[in-house]
Design a protein around this ligand. Structure first.
Ligand code: ZN
Ligand code: ZN
Length: 238
């Protein structure tokens, strides 16, 4: 065992996007796992197929407000959103950014490639476009700055990024880099580098079913291997 206990899961999805369970089921699952805080952080409105927007987003937020009251004293329910990088320096941040407890920003497929460098996998393989991890990081970081993101989810997923540069900038901006427990996207060396540069890490389940809420197994193994538990902000020494 690592000797550390993770006390919150700020990255969970529901049937409002392409997940399977309800917000309530995620909250109950989090209580079952002994967590102190849980956020429902659905895909932001800009995601072509999974984005939660308009009336649906309002309904979700009303449901989260009700759950927050209902479960007060048992678990803290947070209103989150996982925004999309839409273009260089741009995200699908809602106008009422301030109403959200936690804002995650991630680069996803099914949003328009944000510049010619961000064509990533397809661009490199199909179009022969040179991918530039430093420029990609700059685009994501500029978007994170403008939406006041708290967390960058799964850094390096679908799009190569300059991890040391991202870690240095995130440290300066007080943004956490996620160790995603659905798929660990940073190598052992990269995790060590992020920690060495003083950037905070946060473990998220990225659960798309209630069963996976609070499932930190993969991320915990990676953090243990890299020896960077002291940089994980949502873990306490037991
Ligand atoms: Zn994501
Ligand atoms: Zn997610």
């Amino acid at each position: 065992m690592s000797g550390y206990r993770i006390f919150e899961d700020l990255h969970t999805h529901t049937y409002y996007s392409h997940g399977k369970g309800s917000p309530r089921e995620n909250v109950l699952a989090a209580i079952g796992r002994g967590l102190e805080k849980v956020a429902v952080s659905e895909h932001g409105p800009g995601h072509f197929s999974f984005g939660v927007r308009g009336k649906k987003l309002e309904k979700l937020n009303a449901e989260l407000a009700a759950l927050k009251d209902e479960f007060a004293g048992r678990i803290e329910v947070l209103r989150g959103l996982e925004l999309n990088v839409m273009d260089f320096g741009k995200s699908d941040c809602p106008e009422n950014r301030g109403d959200y407890d936690v804002i995650i920003l991630g680069y996803h497929k099914s949003v328009p490639p944000f510049n010619k460098h961000a064509l990533s996998i397809w661009g490199e393989s199909l179009l022969g476009i040179k991918n530039d991890p430093h420029r990609n990081a700059e685009g994501i970081l500029a978007a994170a700055y403008s939406c006041r993101a708290n967390i960058i989810s799964h850094p390096g997923l679908y799009l190569k990024v300059d991890i040391p540069y991202m870690a240095e900038c995130c440290r300066q901006m007080g943004i956490l880099m996620e160790v995603n427990s659905a798929r660990v996207t940073m190598s052992c060396e990269e995790l060590k580098t992020v920690a060495r540069l003083g950037c905070g890490l946060i473990i998220g389940s990225d659960a798309h079913t209630p069963q996976r809420v609070g499932d930190f197994e993969l991320a915990s193994a990676a953090v243990t291997e890299a020896g960077v538990w002291s940089s994980v902000v949502n873990a306490k020494r037991e």
